[in-house]
Write a protein that binds this ligand. Structure first.
Ligand SMILES: [Zn+2]
Length: 338
């Protein structure tokens, strides 16, 4: 397809033009998380002609995702396709010129440098503060811009972080929120709130990539689409004394072993193994006597009442049916290995 034709409506837009469109084609963007916000922003940026997208997500598609996760369909849910893989396939169908690299993994202190290092810009589409502080530490350390975005219920919040210029996440929120945090599991979510925040994030990303720095928003913006409450707090300058910006004490990058995480949206626990290669054919026959087993190239599923275990080729597992990490760990040890 002719470049100038495909992107003609963006090239006509004075803020982008032909030069801006060429810059987008040469850009590399990493999207961390490919749930609701991730599919929204990945879809917009792929259609807009960002040349290279890295999509990092550890999860697989489920029926309850389809209400808001715009790059997935019923076949993806039926086959439990990993979200990063399903997103890459969908993007290839509408813009085969975008090079999409799907990475089925957690972002961790061990892999953050090789994964995010080549990116011009990092977009947060995660569902947890642990990963956001990890992105923030990495970005501030290397002077790489990133965009924070979150949505829950009818509420959306976003902030651009340009290290050395604006406030960072740790300037605004010195510590992760404590206690029970609202999640889409407990509060539900409107698909419009997700697409609202995804649209703002994608637009700010394009401004940054084409060099329209003066147009970038330098505030923490929050909006409730249901009540119409709106707030904007200046984030134009780093906070004196910030642990990341000023002290350059990157505690989240230094984190070694991560705790097991309870995932958003489900009564489930993830076991963070990644050095235990699993042969799905061999594992299927081993598990057969103990429950129901099914596998494809990407995941193996094992049902044993009341639990459902999803196993990945590197040994990582998601165990559904419990919030108790000890129960999950013992199931894993019993059926996969300790
Ligand atoms: Zn800071």
């Amino acid at each position: 397809m002719e470049f100038a034709d495909r992107y003609s409506r963006q090239i006509l837009f004075p803020g982008i033009g032909l030069e801006g469109q060429r810059r987008l084609a040469g850009s590399r963007v990493a999207i961390v998380g490919c749930g609701a916000t991730g599919t929204s922003v990945a879809g917009l940026l792929a259609r807009a002609g960002i040349g290279n997208l890295l999509i990092i997500d550890r999860d697989f598609v489920e029926p309850s995702n389809l209400q808001r996760q715009s790059l997935f369909d019923e076949a993806d849910a039926a086959e439990s396709t990993p979200k990063a893989v399903a997103a890459a396939r969908k993007i290839a169908a509408f813009n085969s010129e975008v090079r999409v690299h799907p990475e089925v993994a957690d972002l961790t202190p061990e892999n953050v440098e090789p994964l995010l290092g080549p990116a011009d810009l990092v977009l947060d589409a995660t569902d947890n503060f642990e990963t956001r502080y990890l992105i923030n530490d990495f970005a501030v350390k290397h002077g790489k811009p990133w965009i924070y975005a979150a949505a829950v219920a009818s509420y959306a919040v976003t902030m651009n972080i340009i290290p050395g210029e604006t406030a960072c996440l740790a300037c605004v929120f010195p510590a992760p929120p404590e206690g029970a945090v609202e999640t889409c599991d407990t509060s539900g979510i409107l698909n419009s709130a997700v697409n609202f925040v995804g649209s703002i994030q994608a637009t700010e990303a394009i401004k940054l990539l084409v060099g329209a720095r003066a147009q970038l928003r330098r505030t923490l913006l929050s909006l409730d689409l249901w009540t119409n409450d709106r707030a904007e707090v200046s984030a134009a300058r780093p906070r004196p004394g910030c642990q990341a910006c000023e002290q350059r004490d990157f505690v989240h990058l230094a984190g070694k072993r991560r705790p097991q995480i309870t995932l958003c949206g489900r009564n489930s626990v993830q076991i963070h193994e990644r050095n235990r290669p699993v042969d799905f054919v061999e594992m299927s026959s081993r598990l057969q006597p103990h429950g129901t087993v099914k596998h494809n190239d990407f995941v193996l599923k094992f049902w044993r009442d009341p639990y459902e275990m999803t196993l990945f080729p590197d040994g990582r597992a998601i165990i559904k049916g419990t919030n108790d990490t000890a129960v999950a760990r013992s199931l894993y040890a019993r059926f996969v290995g300790s």
